[in-house]
Design a binder for this molecule. Structure first.
Ligand code: FMN
Length: 177
């Protein structure tokens, strides 16, 4: 099958996730085009059999570029099986309130773009103080201290469960859409 993976990534973890998905699809014999969503603005989606969109949560929202892509291509996306990969730190834990927030973030996105993803997978991202500016460091230290009190706030930490992500991809591929 011919697949498109379009992603938005602020600090790089969603790009890593998109590359992981691309490698796994390629290993299964699929042909994959991987693009930052900013470079996919004019793409003709009828060229693809399936699409994966991946974006990460910052202060309760996905990247603006992903919103613009979804708003622009919603009608074409509705004609295809689409997997929406939502990357966040909330998905690294089991806090019911934070998971409810993730549902709300997806539905705000759907309302704002008028494209309603039918299949969403919530994926834990990463904490990378080595790459944050002062503002991000400040926000993230508080989030991580609450979420993972054992974590060293000065050390990068990847929460992504690659095995679970691979299984979610395989499930989606084996389903009709
Ligand atoms: C400034 C900032 C704000 C964030 N806000 C949230 C948030 O509201 N909810 C959440 O679950 N994760 C939040 N995160 C965590 C990111 O979603 C996580 O680090 C993710 O891996 C980032 O993906 P990216 O590297 O592809 O941008 C935030 C991260 C940063 C740096």
């Amino acid at each position: 099958m011919k697949m498109l993976i379009a992603y938005a990534s602020t600090e790089g973890q969603t790009r890593r996730i998109a590359r992981f998905l691309m490698d796994r699809l390629a290993d299964q014999g699929h042909s994959v085009e991987l693009l930052p969503v900013t470079e996919a603005a004019d793409i003709d989606l009828t060229r693809f059999d399936r699409v994966i969109l991946a974006a990460s949560v910052h202060l309760g929202h996905y990247q603006k570029d992903m919103g613009e892509f979804a708003a622009r291509h919603g009608a074409a996306l509705d004609q295809l099986p689409v997997l929406f990969v939502s990357v966040s730190l909330a998905a690294a834990g089991h806090d019911a309130e934070e998971w409810a927030d993730l549902d709300r973030i997806v539905s705000d996105f759907a309302q704002a773009t008028d494209w309603h993803p039918k299949k969403v997978v919530q994926v834990a991202g990463a904490y990378r103080p080595s790459e944050y500016d002062i503002f991000r460091r400040f926000v993230m230290r508080r989030i991580v201290a609450a979420k993972d009190p054992q974590a060293d706030p000065d050390k990068d930490h990847e929460y992504t469960d690659w095995q679970a992500l691979g299984a979610a991809l395989d499930d989606w591929l084996s389903a009709k859409g």
